[in-house]
Design a protein. Structure first.
Length: 385
């Protein structure tokens, strides 16, 4: 097992009625900005619960944070929050709202000339306005980590940042907030969480059996609970299990002491930035081709994954690897997630454009072994067509 430092200060408030508890988590006298997306929280009762919990505070609202949150929109929120002297922000929504809020609170406190540098130049975030979250869409794990991915529409870029200062102070996870989710968003959330685990698990062995089995337990639970969530999205226990899986998939626990990949995410972000394809669906497109392309260096873990998660234990090594990849594809497609670029009317022109963008950025050394170069990215994407 590799050396590691683990830090996660997020307080989780899990279960029915926990939104009411935020009144005890936000400092008395704080001027609070609520951030949210398209307004679905006003239809499902979440908004009313939040407003009731904040009745002792001065509250300002910022509505309209998009899926794949836009830098341009977030900077509007930053300007308003600074002018209104906001000192606590509450994100109410899914991963995009929470990711966007992380950038808002970092940009509010940023002392450099251009907050875009936080993303484009990896300018360090040394402080941020405190914030909390009320999760309504299990998927990204953003409610219990410090990472964020932001899209700049003007330049069609999708970039990430993270900082010890952008962990939520608390996150409310009430499975009842998920009962009115569209099935498409549930499918996306299952695949997003599943792929998060694979990015930290399908690398190479370092004798970390606990991390392996923790990862496998999340995969197995998603495999079992995911289809049930689509069949009955108002079943509390099913949605509770799904919600906690998505959080555990990316709160840092399963990545400690082991190598991690993230090349699938890095490549897939370009497809969302250029074509607006749902994040989870881009992952489902890129992952199978990347696994096939890197099957030699990932061989031991793919075989382990196949046997422990999918029961693939017969045939030659190559047959077992392919059967495992096919089982993964079949799972995604059973959730109504297409797994080929052609399914999204994306062709070779986009592959060439991504290669060009990576060349301009000097992208290199992706993957757990830092051995995926731009030529490899091109071959992975061509195999995804």
């Amino acid at each position: 097992m590799n050396n590691f430092t683990f830090y996660n200060p997020v307080k989780i408030l899990f279960g029915k009625g926990q939104i009411a508890a935020i009144k005890d988590e936000i400092p008395a006298g704080a001027r609070v900005m609520i951030t949210y997306g398209g307004g679905s929280i006003k239809k499902n009762g979440v908004y009313d619960q939040v407003i009731e919990a904040l009745k002792a505070h001065t509250v300002l609202e910022f509505e309209g944070i998009e899926p794949n949150p836009h830098y341009e929109t977030l900077m509007q929120a930053v300007d308003i929050a600074k002018r209104q002297k906001i000192d606590f922000v509450l994100a109410v929504g899914g991963g995009s709202v929470i990711d966007g809020t992380k950038f808002i609170v970092a940009a509010m406190a940023y002392e450099g000339e251009d907050p875009w540098d936080i993303l484009a130049k990896k300018a360090p975030v040394t402080c941020a306005v405190p914030f909390g979250a009320v999760l309504t869409l299990p998927a990204t794990g953003s409610e219990m980590n410090s990472g964020s991915v932001i899209t700049r529409v003007e330049t069609q870029e999708k970039l990430a940042f993270g900082s010890p200062f952008t962990f939520p102070k608390f996150s409310v996870l009430d499975p009842e907030t998920t009962f009115t989710l569209p099935l498409r968003q549930i499918s996306n959330g299952i695949v997003d969480a599943f792929t998060h685990v694979l990015e930290q698990y399908l690398t190479y062995p370092v004798n970390a059996p606990l991390q392996d089995r923790l990862a496998e337990s999340i995969l197995l639970t998603l495999k079992e609970e995911g289809p049930k969530a689509l069949q009955n999205p108002k079943d509390y226990d099913t949605m509770a299990n799904f919600m906690w899986c998505a959080t555990m998939a990316l709160n840092g626990v399963i990545r400690v002491g082991v190598p991690t990949d993230w090349a699938t995410h890095y490549i897939a972000h370009e497809l969302t930035a250029l074509h607006g394809i749902d994040h989870a669906r881009t992952l489902a497109v890129v992952l199978p081709s990347l696994l096939r392309y890197k099957h030699e260096t990932k061989r031991e873990k793919i075989l382990q994954y196949g046997e422990r998660v999918w029961g693939v234990d017969a045939g030659t090594v190559d047959e077992r690897i392919e059967a495992t990849i096919q089982a993964t594809i079949a799972f995604f497609e059973s959730l109504d997630i297409n797994t080929r670029l052609s399914d999204y009317e994306v062709g070779e022109d986009t592959v060439k454009l991504i290669v060009q963008r990576f060349q301009e950025r000097g992208v290199k050394n992706l993957g757990e072994r830092a051995d995926i170069q731009i030529d490899d990215v091109e071959q992975i994407l061509m195999a995804s067509l």
